[in-house]
Design a protein around this ligand. Structure first.
Ligand SMILES: [Zn+2]
Ligand SMILES: [Zn+2]
Length: 152
């Protein structure tokens, strides 16, 4: 699903934004990451050398304003952004937040069943649905709490 740089530039221009290297890089990263990323995670992945924190932060806000990305979660006071897939502009899927490491994952709608009554559905503009738990990675790292074998 990797788009070429030229395609990203076109997407930016069509959204009314100037296409700059940081914006292309951020979009590309958020589209391919497969999960929402925080400012810190984006910075970590793209490298501190190329762009400073403030530039990146401003670009994330710009991209959000242009509705190319959206805030997936603000759990724990940390904003996680995700790329808006074509056709997903108004439809929001739920997210799973790990209470240990703070990693946010997208939950595909076919894995969660949630019924919103017709009466409310017509009124819905946005939804922010989050499930909090422990991700598989943290679960594996966690020391076993059950009784360990006793050595004599
Ligand atoms: Zn975790
Ligand atoms: Zn998501």
């Amino acid at each position: 699903m990797g788009k070429k740089k030229e395609e990203w530039k076109k997407i930016l221009r069509e959204a009314g934004l100037r296409s700059t290297a940081p914006r292309v890089a951020v979009l590309q990263l958020l589209c391919t990451s497969g999960r929402p990323l925080s400012h810190g995670e984006v910075l970590e992945t793209l490298g501190h050398d190329d762009w400073d924190q403030a530039t990146l932060y401003r670009n994330l806000l710009k991209l959000e304003e242009a509705k190319l990305i959206r805030v997936a979660s603000r759990a724990g006071g940390i904003t996680h952004y995700e790329y808006i897939q074509p056709g997903e502009e108004t439809h929001h899927h739920p997210h799973f937040v790990c209470g240990d490491c703070g990693q946010v994952s997208c939950l595909p709608c076919d894995q969660v069943s949630l019924k919103v009554d017709e009466k409310w559905r017509t009124l819905l503009a946005e939804s922010e649905l989050q499930f909090v738990g422990t991700c598989t990675h943290c679960r594996e790292e966690r020391p076993h709490e059950d009784v360990e074998e006793v050595e004599h």
